[in-house]
Design a protein around this ligand. Structure first.
Ligand SMILES: [Zn+2]
Length: 397
């Protein structure tokens, strides 16, 4: 059963709120989907409907920049993970698993359970890749476009047309149709490592993007110099087409595998091409050097990626926990580092999705989450479990 906020439009006063960037307790008044005012506690008109937050820390809601709604097994009995040590082996294993999972519970129902779960954690916007291949055709696209309508009151969703099993001519046609139907971005997958056709794959991805006036988000697992070569090709195409700010590459493990000179050269091209990099703090794969990329002017953002699916049995969907995982993997420790980990799952992901920033100032969108933590550093480092979530100024039921 999906949590949905009630639709009353009266003001709501959040009393006794802590804020990450200032001392003291505050009363934050929410109304009409935005923050109306922020005043020292107990100075606001008592007549306003009030909710006492008892000193909880109020933060921007989380934004998952990379998730797969159509892959999760959530809602099914536990499924032992099927081994597969290469991307190609994992794709083959998933195709078998996918059919049996769909018979046990329709994908749309599982995706809905996942949205319900992550919204409860405080994720109120997400970018989901949708599988398109010759076996399932556009069925996942149709189901998830319908689901997006049903949950619009709860979360903002962007979709990427994702050629998980390769970008064949037939898949290209289906991706074209998916973009006409309302899927937002063009996806891609290891142009060299999976499709063995770097030029052809990127030609198709960027032709579709140009035709539909859409952005691009490519999965890139290819390692080392092969991966950075592909990143530079993507960045040059983005620059040539004036697509800066509308192109992302997800994973880009290669950035964590090359020497400092190659990293600097690649980062410089990514900056010129306005290409953002998504990392989820991968388990046993190389992680892109987040701070070096940001210093080079490259936007880095984050998401959960796989949540209990054929790719990984792990993943709770909690982006605050994900910020901690990324910080742990990246060797983050200072307060500034922990704040950066938080930015990856909030400000940076919002910017990549083109959403208005949540600033904890009057006029800011009131998509918010409150946690029991002394400050932002503790919130990131300790993953407090209890959450109070506010969507467009109203508490989730
Ligand atoms: Zn992914």
């Amino acid at each position: 059963m999906l949590k949905t906020p009630d639709d009353r439009t009266t003001l709501l006063r959040l009393a006794n709120v802590c804020l990450a960037d200032r001392e003291g307790l505050f009363d934050v008044v929410l109304g009409a989907g935005v923050i109306g005012s922020i005043e020292p506690a107990s100075t606001v008109n008592e007549a306003t409907e009030a909710l006492d937050l008892e000193g909880r820390l109020l933060l921007p809601a989380f934004v998952d920049g990379h998730i797969h709604l159509d892959k999760t097994f959530l809602g099914l009995p536990w499924r032992p993970h099927v081994e597969g040590h290469t991307v190609a082996a994992r794709i083959a294993a998933e195709r078998k698993e996918r059919a049996t999972a769909a018979r046990e519970m329709p994908m749309k129902v599982r995706a809905c359970k996942l949205i319900d779960r992550i919204a409860g954690y405080g994720t109120l916007a997400l970018r989901s890749h949708i599988d398109i291949d010759e076996e399932i055709g556009l069925s996942h696209v149709h189901d998830l476009l319908a689901l997006r309508e049903e949950v619009a009151g709860l979360v903002d969703i962007q979709f990427v047309a994702f050629p998980q099993s390769g970008l064949t001519a037939k898949v290209r046609e289906m991706m074209d149709e998916a973009l006409s139907l309302g899927v937002d971005l063009v996806g891609g997958l290891d142009p060299a490592g999976i499709d063995n056709d770097l030029e052809g794959h990127l030609d198709t991805v960027f032709e579709l993007a140009e035709k539909h006036g859409r952005g691009v988000d490519i999965h890139l697992h290819d390692p080392g110099l092969l991966g950075t070569f592909e990143l530079k090709q993507i960045a040059r195409r983005s620059a040539a087409l004036g697509m800066q700010g509308h192109v992302a590459v997800s994973h880009a493990y290669a950035l964590g595998m090359v020497d400092a000179g190659e990293l600097a050269a690649t980062a410089s091209e990514l900056q010129r091409g306005g290409v953002s990099i998504m990392t989820n703090g991968p388990g046993n794969a190389a992680i892109p050097p987040i701070k070096a990329l940001i210093e080079a002017g490259v936007r880095v953002f984050s998401g959960c990626d796989n949540i209990r699916d054929a790719w990984s049995p792990f993943g709770t969907g909690d982006l605050l926990e994900r910020a901690a995982v990324i910080g742990y993997r990246a060797g983050f420790a200072s307060d500034a580092d922990l704040a950066l980990a938080f930015d990856l799952v909030t400000t940076h992901s919002r910017a990549v999705m083109g959403l208005a920033p949540v600033t904890l100032e009057p006029g800011s969108p009131a998509d918010l989450v409150a946690v029991k933590a002394e400050n932002l550093s503790e919130a990131v480092a300790s993953t407090p479990r209890e959450r109070m979530v506010f969507r467009k100024g109203r508490p989730l039921a």
